[in-house]
Design a protein around this ligand. Structure first.
Ligand code: 8YV
Length: 308
């Protein structure tokens, strides 16, 4: 196991399989040189992944089972070279990640956290609370209209927003009134709130840069529920500091759990600690899928949700 997961999930796995806790090994290389040949599966997550070095240290590896939908921290090239099956947990977390995006959108536009601090500081008696901005009537741009992106769109529409999106190509299976934008910059220009729900990894690294933030504009809000790697974080701090965008709601960061102190000091920013899928219900469903994939592979050679 690459890193600690939910205690109940770990107990379920350890009740059935012989588990080696990677993160507790004093000298992982020496330990794997001794025992690596016996290890046939890695259980990991969107946080811990599986590196090439880890995969190469395990000559009998057959399957990598991940708790989470994002596979960017798994070295897929190393896995494919050896025909190692990789599974993730698609579908079960779309609602909760989309809910998180909406919570951040509302949090920033209606200044919820800032005004919570205002009340707690006793400022209500002497000052007028600052005004927020209405979401209805504004346009929500979605970068990455996959399963999660579509749930974000449905929710944003329920708040009266118009929808624009960018994917590598237009989707035929979405409402015709969704505006397709040819590139990220055009999407940012068309959006009042730009929500990032695209996969992380090399192909999408820093696609949201200073230019894109400039295109989003001084009234624009950025919301990221995808991966910190898709945003140029320094450019984001500068854009916020200089008022080039109005605010940001961020659930993910470049070097988690480190968050730039500059962001922590800004009132127009709402921060959450990568909790997109963290609800009791969704984490249970993800844990069930991890077990189903693990058992599916080791009992029937048929994992439930292999990555294509
Ligand atoms: C999890 C995630 O928080 O699904 C993903 O890709 O990032 C999240 O759902 C993560 O996998 C757990 O570490």
């Amino acid at each position: 196991m690459a890193g600690p997961l939910l205690p109940e999930l770990m107990a379920r796995i350890e009740g059935k399989y012989r588990v080696h806790r990677w993160w507790e090994m004093d000298d992982p290389a020496a330990r794997l040189a001794r025992q690596g040949a016996a290890i046939r599966g890695i259980v990991t997550s969107g946080r811990y992944g599986a590196t090439r070095a880890m995969i190469e240290a395990l000559p009998s590896l057959e399957v990598i089972v991940s708790f989470g939908v994002g596979i960017d921290p798994i070295d897929m090239a190393a896995a494919r070279q050896r025909d190692i099956v990789v599974t993730n947990t698609p579908g079960v977390l779309d609602d909760c990640v989309a809910d998180t995006a909406l919570a951040l959108m509302l949090g920033v536009s209606r200044r919820i956290c800032e005004l919570d601090r205002f009340v707690r500081a006793g400022r209500w008696r002497g000052e007028t609370p600052p005004l927020g901005r209405k979401l209805g009537g504004r346009r929500c741009g979605i970068l990455g209209l996959g399963n999660i992106g579509r749930q974000i769109a449905r929710r944003a529409e329920a708040f009266g927003m118009d929808i624009a999106y960018h994917n590598r190509s237009p989707r035929r299976d979405v409402p015709a009134h969704y505006l397709y934008c040819e590139d990220v910059r055009a999407l940012a220009r068309a959006s009042d709130v730009l929500v990032l729900s695209l996969p992380g990894g090399g192909d999408t690294r820093r696609v949201v840069d200073a230019d894109v933030l400039e295109a989003l504009g001084a009234d624009g809000i950025l919301v990221n529920v995808s991966r910190g790697s898709v945003v140029d974080q320094d450019a984001l701090v500068t854009a916020l500091r200089e008022g080039r965008i109005a605010g940001a709601g961020l659930d993910v960061f470049e070097n988690e759990p480190d968050v730039p102190p500059a962001l922590c000091a800004m009132d127009q920013v709402v921060l959450s600690p990568h909790i997109g899928s963290s609800t009791v219900e969704t984490r249970q469903a993800m844990a069930d899928l991890v077990i189903a994939n693990l058992d599916g592979w080791f009992e029937r050679r048929r994992p439930l949700t292999p990555v294509a």
